[in-house]
Ligand binder design. Structure first.
Ligand code: LLP
Length: 382
């Protein structure tokens, strides 16, 4: 509980990202034990959080790295992840990024278009190398999540569409510096309705049959990430239900003999261990509402402004009777609001406010808009 650390927090400048490394360890251990029941391999999605102490725990629990830029690959290697456990996805890999990944001999490029395959082949040929690739297929499965983080529908820019596959297989015969080793899927993020993953399994099984009928055997199937977390009741589900998640894949995904199954989890591993702590600067009484104006804003946590996402907000300093507040930041944008009509104990200047479930896509998405300073960081239970 963050309240137990109140004295320590009071000594820190804010805005402050606080990470509970003990909760992170427990989360990683559970994900690792549930996935290894079925021999599954998890690559941690670096985009969720790349702080070195977080990565050290991820690595210590035996996860690989799912990267979407050359710098993420560099960061993975610098933090001790072996290149054989690095996968590289993204619709727009630059030549420099591809060359860097080729030089490092990463495990696999997840390729998203016919054009990318041709360029990757050209760059690999120039180095006299063969790149291991997986085809990222757009399975046209609805993830039932926010439209900005839905990726597996035909209207989205991601992946190769089913109708392009015959042409892709034809081209691959000519592309001598590519070795097709797997298929890759990712339907979206913050998925809480597990039936979306069941639908994904059904589609993956169909694609596997199609490839087999064309005499293509695949060494691995990568089903991406996307498992959601409970933003509304973080304390009731600090650790996501990895047991149900992995057992669903075990039940519905048809795995061929000798085939490996890979996952790319980000949010579910790191979201709950992070909290954005902020101080109240001012209380302003509006016509219909009170504003609690914080020293943190959308520059520190953009999710509410960008996806209208809910984060639980708590006042760590006050036990007074409750009142309603619009909790807002200091940035010159009306979207700079963490929550409207939030019930909080009577709130005053100097109170510490916790914005929960901020460990994933929080600090990594900060900006220096308004020339803001970067938030401070504190690790608990290091
Ligand atoms: N694999 C691929 C190919 C992805 O695009 C993503 C996330 C993941 C794995 C990891 O997904 P996760 O397990 O974390 O759901 N900024 C947004 C989330 C963007 C997710 C992008 N892709 C947010 O704050 O909700």
């Amino acid at each position: 509980m963050l309240k137990d650390h109140l004295q320590k927090l009071q000594q820190h400048d804010t805005p402050l990202y606080v990470y509970d490394l003990e909760l992170l360890r427990q989360t990683l251990a559970k994900a690792q034990s549930e996935s290894s029941k079925y021999g599954y391999q998890v690559h941690y999605a670096f985009k969720a959080n790349t702080n070195a102490p977080v990565l050290a725990e991820v690595k210590a629990h035996g996860f690989g790295a799912d990267c979407v830029s050359g710098n993420e690959i560099k960061c993975a290697i610098e933090n001790g992840f072996s290149p054989d456990h690095v996968v590289f996805a993204g619709v727009g890999k630059s030549d420099a990024e591809i060359n860097f990944a080729l030089d490092k001999d990463i495990f696999c490029f997840n390729c998203e278009s016919l054009h990318e395959l041709a360029i990757l082949n050209e760059l690999a040929a120039a180095k006299g190398k063969t790149a291991r690739i997986a085809l990222r297929i757009n399975p046209n499965v609805n993830a039932n999540t926010h439209k900005y983080i839905t990726t597996g529908l035909e209207e989205n820019k991601f992946g190769i569409n089913a109708w392009e596959l015959p042409e892709v297989l034809g081209q691959l015969k000519e592309l001598e510096n590519l070795k097709l080793t797997g298929l890759h899927f990712h339907i979206g993020s913050q998925i809480t309705d597990l039936s979306s993953f069941k639908n994904l399994c059904t589609r993956v099984n169909e694609f596997q049959e199609w490839f087999l009928s064309h005499n293509v055997e695949l060494e691995h199937i990568n089903v991406g990430g996307g498992l959601g977390v409970d933003y509304y009741h973080p304390d009731e589900q600090l650790i996501p239900d990895f047991e149900a998640y992995f057992s669903l894949f075990n039940q519905f995904l048809e795995v061929k003999p000798g085939q490996q199954v890979h996952f790319e989890l980000g949010r579910s591993l790191v979201a709950q261990c992070g909290t954005l702590v902020s101080r109240v600067l001012y209380i302003k009484h509006g016509k219909t509402t009170n504003f609690a104006i914080l020293d943190a804003g959308m520059t520190e946590l953009i999710r509410p402004a960008l996806y209208q996402s809910y984060h639980k907000i708590e006042n760590l300093s006050s036990n007074q009777p409750e009142n309603k507040y619009d909790v807002v930041g200091p940035i010159c944008e009306s979207s700079d609001c963490f929550g409207k009509a939030v019930l909080l104990p009577e709130t005053n200047r100097g109170d510490l406010i916790a914005i929960r479930t901020a460990g994933a896509y929080g600090e990594v998405m900060t900006s220096q808009y308004n020339l803001r300073d970067k938030a401070q960081v504190l690790y608990l239970n290091q």
